[in-house]
Design a protein around this ligand. Structure first.
Ligand SMILES: [Zn+2]
Ligand SMILES: [Zn+2]
Length: 290
């Protein structure tokens, strides 16, 4: 059984429509796929319909932008109630922050001499997404010929400290773990030791976060080398946290993140699904039984 628990559609910063993403997952030989767009559940319905159609299991989730001790941390929220009022309000706040951030980044780029960095040009690149963010600004820089690909755009302009970087609102991680659990979802930290969060997320931090409701760690992710995976697996094992693995697929938006490139063990997914049921979530796996 092949399970990929972290992918993006073009509802956030992937390049495939939710239905296309689900069909591609079936074609890639996956038995279960999770849709986890950034801070938004707008792709869930379309993805669920496609999953029923092709007979693949769909786990509905969100990758939430949070902050912990000054660093950005991504939190995967699996199977929460999408109508939980407090979760909806907080995701709205994060999305509003995103909306204010993008025009500010474009203004910085224009100040740097990239006159084509306008909101109209960005809208063309971003298509019909409701969650525009840095990856779309990166795509615009590619189109303007300023950089070769998204990666170069981040390295030269868009990463923290870069000339076009603008900070934005993110929920405190501990608070978001509580919010997700209250919304009867299952919180798992995405790529904990990728990007900037390795320094703040040590074993002691995981202990504290587990007390707040943290359920698992995404260990098998392209951002982690074999040594980091070994250490994270050891920590998760000693604390009784679930271990997941996923591609973090973005369609054509990121290279080397093909669907199914990293996978989650069926027993770990079963734990997540059982936890959501135990919390009384109205959301469960659809399309195919475990
Ligand atoms: Zn992420
Ligand atoms: Zn992601």
């Amino acid at each position: 059984m092949r399970i990929d628990l972290h992918t993006h559609s073009r509802v956030s910063d992937g390049t495939q429509a939710p239905a296309e993403l689900v069909r591609a997952a079936a074609t890639a030989g996956l038995d279960v796929v999770a849709i986890t767009d950034h801070d938004i559940t707008a792709g869930w319905e379309e993805a669920a319909a496609a999953a029923e159609e092709v007979g693949i299991g769909l786990v509905r989730g969100i990758e939430v932008s949070t902050r912990f001790r000054g660093s950005g941390v991504h939190l995967l929220a699996y199977l929460p109630d999408p109508d939980d009022p407090r979760l909806v309000a907080e995701l709205g706040r994060i999305l509003d922050g995103r909306e204010e951030r993008v025009p500010a980044m474009l203004a910085q780029l224009r100040a740097l001499g990239y006159d084509g960095a306008t909101e109209e040009a960005l809208a063309e690149v971003a298509g019909d997404t409701e969650a525009t963010g840095r990856p779309h600004v990166a795509d615009l820089l590619v189109r303007l010929g300023a950089v070769r690909d998204r990666n170069e755009a981040f390295v030269r302009f868009l990463s923290a400290g870069g000339p076009a970087y603008v900070d934005r609102y993110a929920t405190d991680l501990t608070e978001m773990i509580r919010l997700v659990t209250d919304a009867r979802g299952v919180p798992v930290i995405a790529h904990p030791w990728g990007r900037g969060s390795a320094d703040v997320l040590d074993r002691d931090a995981f202990v504290v976060l587990q007390e707040a409701g943290l359920f698992g760690l995404e260990v098998d992710h392209l951002d982690h080398d074999p040594q980091q995976r070994g250490r994270l697996r050891e920590i998760a094992g000693s604390l009784g946290l679930a271990v997941t693995g996923s591609s973090d697929h973005h369609g054509l938006g990121k290279t080397n993140h093909e669907l199914g490139r990293e996978t989650t063990r069926p027993d770990q997914l079963a734990r997540i699904v059982a936890r959501a049921a135990e919390l009384g979530s109205p959301t469960t796996i659809v399309g195919r039984a475990l």
